[in-house]
Design a protein around this ligand. Structure first.
Ligand code: SF4
Length: 434
């Protein structure tokens, strides 16, 4: 079959591509019929996947505020609801953790995401962390991350999390600029933020990292430069720097749709990314992935790197999602449905999907692109490389990569457009397998 590889070429003038597509982790996956989910799940529990890096994800679906840009808000935090949820989460862990799939390989990284994990009480966070140690074979260097947000009471909670075994705290900062934070629905001020981070860093118990966004409404290049100055002067261990993704169903997305708020163009976002990358390079931070930098070796960003390669991810909690071998699953999104299935001693799965065989190659390529380097000879045979070489050469001419000895190394500009490059390669893998 003939492949018109030129359809993946970058544009020769202006921006290389007219859009930045999100990567679709479940592309090509087929959901199985609901009536056989539990049976299939029971079979998966005994599956020998061969050695694979294994991760654990716990979802805490409560937030104290509803941030305007966020598409992950689920439930308003209430003390009793959070207490009840903790009991069900522990029950779910106890019900399933002794099955083979949970015990066969050391767990490399654990991630508490949400929502806001630190919406739970100090006691509940500690007993969940203790349960993980009791029930799972955590690797001796297991990375254990807790996502959090700025608040006075979270200081004590996070100190307790460190004492209970957590070793990495990820703070949703977005920007240090108080006015822009307020417009996003974040109430804490710059001073509170600085004081909170400084407190955590001085505990000196683990990596302290944060998320920064670029392309926020009202964010100038000076604001971004100042944000990066703050993380350097605070001596943070790592930073995730990525573009604001305006989702249509968010408060921000609706304001953008009626043109009450305008957001940065692709050109402006590319400029901000290149500016951020340059500044972090000047600070001698190490780029671990297209969107993540580490200041030192304490920060590994292990969970986020391994999840992009489709490592096994054993997930617990309402609305959690995970992978086992070629299977991906999403748990119940609504709390009543989640509680009902846990009460019935069932894994609370809403959707179970099987990925096609070509998805393994696609995930491996994604892992390489995410790190900015792809040893193409490892993933593509001679015939495939002969088709792809004109594409790689065209990308090189467009300033997106260097292509030498069948290896692709992304330039800073290529890293900004990485999702587009990946999309092209994934489509090629799919077409070739079809
Ligand atoms: S950004 Fe975090 S705290 Fe804000 S609504 Fe989303 S999940 Fe909740």
């Amino acid at each position: 079959m003939e492949y018109d590889i030129s359809r993946f070429f970058a544009q020769s003038e202006g921006m290389p591509f007219s859009s930045r597509k999100a990567t679709m982790p479940w592309a090509g996956s087929a959901p199985i019929d609901r009536s056989i989910i539990q049976q299939q799940w029971n079979d998966l529990q005994q599956l020998d996947t061969g050695y694979q890096k294994t991760l654990l994800y716990l979802h805490i679906p409560f937030c104290e505020t509803h941030c305007k840009f966020c598409g992950f808000y689920q439930n308003r935090f209430e003390i009793n609801a959070a207490q009840n949820y903790t009991e069900f989460l522990l029950k779910e862990i106890q019900q399933h953790s002794q099955n083979k799939i949970y015990q066969q390989h050391p767990i490399q990284a654990v991630y508490f995401g949400g929502g806001t994990p630190t919406a739970l009480s100090t006691h509940n966070l500690s007993i969940i962390l203790q349960a993980l140690k009791n029930y799972f074979p955590l690797a001796s260097d297991c990375e254990i991350t807790i996502e959090t947000r700025v608040s006075e009471e979270n200081k004590e909670k996070l100190a307790a999390c460190f004492a209970a075994g957590a070793n990495r705290i990820s703070i949703g900062v977005q920007t240090f600029d108080t006015d822009i934070r307020r417009k996003l629905g974040r109430q804490s001020t710059q001073d509170q933020l600085l004081e909170f981070i400084d407190y955590l860093i001085k505990l000196d118990q683990g990596a302290i990292v944060c998320d920064l966004l670029f392309g926020l409404p009202g964010q100038t290049s000076e604001v971004l430069a100042k944000d990066l100055e703050w993380i350097e002067s605070l001596q943070m261990d790592g930073v995730d720097l990525y573009a604001l993704n305006v989702l249509p169903n968010t408060i921000l997305g609706k304001s953008v749709a009626v043109q009450r708020i305008s957001i940065a163009t692709f050109e402006e976002r590319q400029q901000l990314y290149l500016q951020g990358l340059k500044q972090l390079t000047e600070y001698n931070w190490r780029q671990i992935s297209n969107s993540h930098w580490a200041r030192n070796t304490r920060e590994r960003n292990l969970y986020n790197l391994l999840i992009k390669e489709h490592s096994n991810c054993l997930a617990f909690g309402c609305a959690a999602g995970g992978n086992i071998g070629r299977w991906s699953f999403m748990q119940q999104r609504e709390l009543p449905n989640y509680y009902q299935q846990v009460t019935q001693n069932q894994k609370p799965i809403a959707m179970l999907m099987q990925r096609p065989s070509w998805a393994d190659k696609s995930a491996a390529v994604q892992g390489g692109i995410e790190k900015g380097f792809l040893a193409c000879g490892r993933y593509f045979n001679a015939e495939e490389l002969s088709i792809l070489t004109p594409l790689f050469e065209q990308w090189q001419q467009s300033g997106l990569c260097l292509y030498q000895n069948t290896s692709l190394k992304l330039t800073p500009k290529g890293r900004f457009w990485a999702s587009q490059l990946l999309n092209a390669l994934q489509q090629f893998i799919f077409l070739k397998a079809d």
